[in-house]
Design a protein around this ligand. Structure first.
Ligand code: HEM
Length: 478
């Protein structure tokens, strides 16, 4: 293009954008001013047509974007991101309204490409009877009675993953934590799975993971296409595992056992696709979430040497009462003998708020505090804004586990969500973190490498470059 054509092209684009912006503004304005107060949209700005404020969101730390908006417009505001008009809600009452008391008016919503990769029958895409039936199964497999039996195995998994870090090589802490949380996922889903199957699942799950946040396209060789192919292979592997279980008539008590034995009121069982979608769904929900928080724990302990010493003292006492670690860790120790470590876990969940918000879609026009939430708009309760509000957590940027000596006010601490879709894996996640802390502080010392303050999103926030660190096993554990 020559420069004259360039200029014409730019004018044309500006002209078109102005026309479309004006129509958007008119539509918004009409909605905002029509009729009663309940037809008023919340304050906020919708940005450019189509792209809305997506560029503003991604050109800075997303948390700064949300906090700036909250400061300017208050606890409820509108915006337009990722092609969707959205209402953001930054108060505990609003989160309760959307996720609990009026949850039937807000359905879960995910892009179709993500549904394809995980599997459309996974529970978190659903509402109503199917969701309730699956949720019972998942909750049963993750109940305290079930997970207490996993302590010894999780403890030996943590010990063996940590042993592989020994020697002072630079490790990507986040990737290592993903390895650990994947193995815990395998344990919870399949019990003791054949090592060959575990390797195949891991290999393909990793490819799926890489494609999850890539641009959805069917062009061969792209991360998304590779992920789709890996997803097919995962279904085949799972089908073999399911077939073997059925042939051997094993009535195991793990998650797969629960899925295989389940029957709804009409006596119908789950088919293989439904089982596979839910297994991959649980892996997806469990792995990077827990791994991100564990990576933050390593960083927070490293950055707070006094706290680390106190946590170490607590955990060395536990180790001592286990005959210097010769006896396995017990469930009751994880519940009763680690009060400080438990507060470190809670404070890490608050501080890192790795799930900054969740998405719902309004299924009808809804009125909230005199504002209209229009049908079809996305609704985002902002967990991180709530966790970082000084009204609920004084000096919110300070890592201070002692704040959890007093229980937080209702709905102000919701790292696992609330309501019908709240995380059924929260107790397992906390158990995993406590066991990791026990093994890490009693047996290792570590050093974090390079610049320590950046954050990367993938999509959960983790310390920059996955927190490169060196680990050394201590000579004596006493
Ligand atoms: C630190 C780790 C974790 C965090 C922060 C976390 C957080 C969450 C949150 C906020 C939700 C609700 C999302 C919403 O309402 O839209 C959720 C749902 C879910 N989580 Fe977790 N989670 C973690 C670990 C786990 C683990 C270990 C498992 C399983 C082993 C798990 C399984 C699930 C499932 C299946 C759902 C969907 C529930 C439903 O839709 O009914 N999560 N998680």
């Amino acid at each position: 293009m020559n420069s004259e054509m360039d200029a014409t092209f730019v004018y044309l684009i500006v002209f078109l954008l102005t026309i479309v912006s004006y129509s958007f503004w008119k539509l918004d304005h009409k909605r905002g001013s029509a009729g009663s107060r309940s037809n008023k949209l919340p304050p906020g700005s919708m940005g450019w047509p189509y792209i809305g404020e997506t560029l503003q969101l991604y050109s800075q730390d997303p948390n700064v974007f949300f906090l700036t908006k909250q400061k300017r417009y208050g606890e409820i505001f509108k915006t337009h991101i990722l092609g969707c008009p959205c209402i953001m809600l930054a108060s505990p009452e609003a989160a309760r309204f959307v996720l609990m008391t009026q949850a039937h008016l807000f359905k879960p919503t995910y892009p179709k490409s993500k549904e394809r990769l995980i599997g459309p029958s996974a529970l978190f895409f659903h509402q109503g009877d199917y969701h309730a039936m699956l949720r019972k199964l998942v909750q049963n497999s993750l109940s305290l009675e079930k997970i207490r039996n996993l302590v010894v195995d999780i403890d030996s998994l943590a010990a063996s993953v940590l042993d592989s870090w020994n020697g002072g090589r630079v490790m990507n802490t986040f990737n290592e934590m993903r390895r650990f949380s994947f193995e815990v996922g395998v344990l919870m889903i399949f019990g003791h799975l054949d090592a060959l199957y575990t390797e195949e699942l891991k290999k393909n799950y990793w490819i799926l993971d890489k494609g999850y946040n890539s641009y959805p396209t069917s062009i061969p060789g792209t991360p998304f296409k590779k992920a789709i192919l890996a997803r097919k292979r995962l279904a085949q592997i799972l089908s073999k595992v399911i077939c073997e279980r059925r042939e051997k008539k094993l009535l195991d008590n793990d998650f797969l056992g629960c899925l295989l034995n389940s029957k709804d009121e009409k006596g119908e069982i789950l088919n293989d696709d439904q089982i596979a979608d839910n297994i991959i769904g649980v892996f997806f929900a469990a792995k990077d979430t827990t791994a991100s928080v564990m990576t933050w724990i390593v960083k927070y302990l490293h950055d707070n040497p006094k706290l680390l010493e106190a946590v170490k003292a607590e955990q060395l006492l536990v180790q001592k009462s286990n005959d210097q670690g010769k006896q396995p860790l017990s469930w009751s120790q994880t519940r009763n003998s680690m009060p400080l470590s438990h507060k470190v876990v809670l404070e890490s969940l608050r501080m890192a708020s790795i799930i900054s918000f969740t998405f719902r879609e309004a299924v009808a026009d809804v009125e909230y505090k005199g504002f209209l939430i229009p049908k079809g708009w996305k609704v985002l309760p902002l967990f991180r804004n709530i966790h970082h509000n000084p009204e609920f957590f004084s000096d919110p940027q300070k890592f201070d586990p002692s704040r959890f000596e007093v229980a937080p006010k209702p709905n102000t601490f919701i790292p696992f969500g609330i309501g019908v879709h709240a995380c059924p894996g929260n107790e397992l996640a906390k158990l995993e973190m406590l066991i990791l802390i026990h093994n890490l502080v009693t047996k290792f010392r570590w050093e974090v490498m390079g610049s320590q303050n950046g954050v990367q999103y993938g999509p959960f926030p983790v310390p920059m470059h996955g927190l490169p660190a060196r680990f050394w096993k201590k000579e004596s554990t006493s």
